[in-house]
Write a protein that binds this ligand. Sequence first.
Ligand code: 5RP
Length: 220
Amino acid sequence: MNAKQLAAEAAVEYVQEGMKVGLGTGSTAYWAIRKLGERVAEGLNITAVATSRASEQQARELGIPLVSFGEIDRLDVTIDGADELDGDLQLIKGGGGALLREKIVAKGSDRMIVIADETKVVRTLGKFPLPVEIVPFAWEWTVADLAKLGCVPELRRDGANLYKSDNGNYIADCRFEIITSAPELALALHSIPGVVEHGLFLGIADMAIVGKNDGSLEVI
Ligand code: 5RP
């Protein structure tokens, strides 16, 4: 079993009968959804919402019952991956382009469990370029404003085209190398009008389950 699968399957053990579950996005969340599908097939009764079209499709294929946001107020737990996480459970997310939906779902959950392999754990955030979702309107100005925060922003591409999120927005991947104060950066990002949301998840995650290549797990 690889390290991502190990972490994902350990997190799924926290899901209990009757829970409302947020399904993350990415190659680690894939394993969690797969395991949840197995448990549903064995009789576990849960409902779920997905953070991306890809995760929604996977859940449907596995027979995990999905509900709309109008049917529920909150979720019991969300299980999702991360691109970077530090010892204070500050995260960079959005490598898969789903950061806006992921943040809405995680903030609407009583508990967010992060799942990752050990390569994602860092002392200081910033090596992974911070994904920032921006509106297409006047994106050139928004990207210029992002650069003024001290990063090198690059608009994400999808082959010959610009990448579009499930929400129809662009993603600017902002290379900071080191983020000295994530809370200050989060405030500054929100002051830019064209920014829809950024991939800094601060004070949102409750625990992280980290899978290691030697088969062990670490809980942060
Ligand atoms: C998607 C995300 C993912 O959770 C993050 O990119 C980690 O992905 P993976 O599990 O494939 O390494 O934030 O928007």
